[in-house]
Write a protein that binds this ligand. Structure first.
Ligand SMILES: Cc1ncc(C[n+]2csc(CCOP(=O)(O)OP(=O)(O)O)c2C)c(N)n1
Length: 344
């Protein structure tokens, strides 16, 4: 018996899921242009193709839930509710960016929406998420922490340590492993003796299952099931989200380790194209509705770019401020010049 992909999803939510994926896609497409124009510098890792994961997970998140991501973090930040202006300004290294222009693409951060990074270290977000979940457990809330990371992270000691403690302490943390088949240019089977990620998670006594990460409804449903259990004290859950990045690992990657035909076959499963087609077929999206949505999304991205362009770079005199929790102390030790301090 096949399950209707729209089961439990009403029309406004179905449209919202599409819009979220499209916002992430268009945001990043513009980032590519801005990178070529040297408006965005440094590293840039794109999430194109993987949008169903961030959008599907976010559908079940509350404002008081915490999210931790990797350097491929634009989609997660936007899906958690960080404003597109603040994300784009961060890409431009402007002071109005969500990390005051100090983090850039890989280190988006926004305490207000409980988006705790962006992390350049593979596996680095895992213990952070466990710590956030531990805090919720201590405080007796039913909020959860979600950690999104790539399958490359399962080779890290931090992954094993975090999985063990999260399971041992029954922490409300969702391990959302985005298995896009390659860690930079390395396929999982070239670095791991055991490639069954669910079996690996099970070995820590953790509930785990695999999900089609190209299907936003499947991701949403799996997350809903996991979060319902976690909020009721059921402990951590591991999800393997099978997905694919349509673009190279980063803007520096010549992408020579995979066949063009493989990329093309995954593009046939584009999560946005499929979800749009379903909504049109069911009459949820009428004629011209997608184009109208697209125009509105483009306008939002254009507005974010204009905001970033117009924003200021942080003055050099502020360079050592915000580095430590007490800016005045950091500045005082770095230079004799008195500079106004501030707490993070
Ligand atoms: C601890 C550590 N080791 C190595 C690197 C270099 N590095 C950056 S991204 C990456 C691949 C990670 O792949 P994966 O976890 O599958 O995530 P994806 O990029 O596919 O989203 C590596 C090895 C790093 N940033 N941190």
């Amino acid at each position: 018996m096949s399950i209707d992909p729209l089961e439990g999803i009403d029309a406004p939510e179905a449209v919202a899921l599409l819009e979220m994926m499209l916002r992430i896609r268009r945001f990043e497409e513009h980032c590519v242009e801005l990178y070529s124009a040297a408006k965005i510098r440094g590293f840039l890792h794109l999430y194109v193709g993987e949008e169903a994961v961030a959008a599907g997970i976010a559908a079940h998140l509350r404002p008081d839930d915490a999210v931790v991501a990797t350097y491929r973090d634009h989609g997660h930040a936007i899906a958690k509710g960080v404003g597109m202006r603040a994300v784009m300004a961060e890409m431009f290294a402007k002071v109005t960016g969500c990390s005051r222009g100090r983090g850039g693409s890989m280190h988006l951060f926004d305490a207000a929406t409980r988006f705790y990074g962006g992390n350049a270290i593979v596996g680095g977000g895992l213990p952070v998420a466990a710590g956030l979940a531990l805090a919720e457990q201590w405080n007796g809330t039913d909020a959860v922490a979600v950690c999104c990371f790539g399958e490359g992270a399962v080779a890290e000691g931090e992954w094993h340590e975090t999985m063990n403690l999260a399971s041992l302490w029954n922490l409300p943390v969702l391990f959302a492993c985005e298995n896009n088949l390659y860690a930079m240019g390395t396929a999982l089977a070239r670095s791991e003796a055991e490639v069954d990620l669910v079996a690996k998670a099970n070995s820590y006594g953790m509930t785990a299952w695999s999900v089609d990460g190209m299907d936003v409804a499947a991701v949403r449903a799996a997350t809903g099931r996991a979060l319902t259990s976690m909020r009721a004290g059921g402990g951590p859950v591991f999800l393997e989200l099978r997905t694919y990045r349509f673009r190279a690992h980063s803007m520096y990657d010549p992408d020579r380790y995979r066949d063009k035909s493989e990329i093309e076959s995954w593009k046939q499963r584009d999560p946005i194209t499929h979800w749009r087609a379903l909504l049109e077929e069911r009459g949820i999206l009428g004629e011209g509705a997608f184009d109208e949505m697209d125009r509105a999304v483009e306008a939002e991205v254009d507005d974010a770019i204009a905001f970033a362009e117009e924003s200021e770079l942080e003055p050099v005199s502020e360079l050592t401020r915000w580095v430590y929790s007490d800016g005045s102390t950091a500045v005082a030790s770095a230079s004799a010049a008195p500079v106004k301090g501030g707490a993070l």
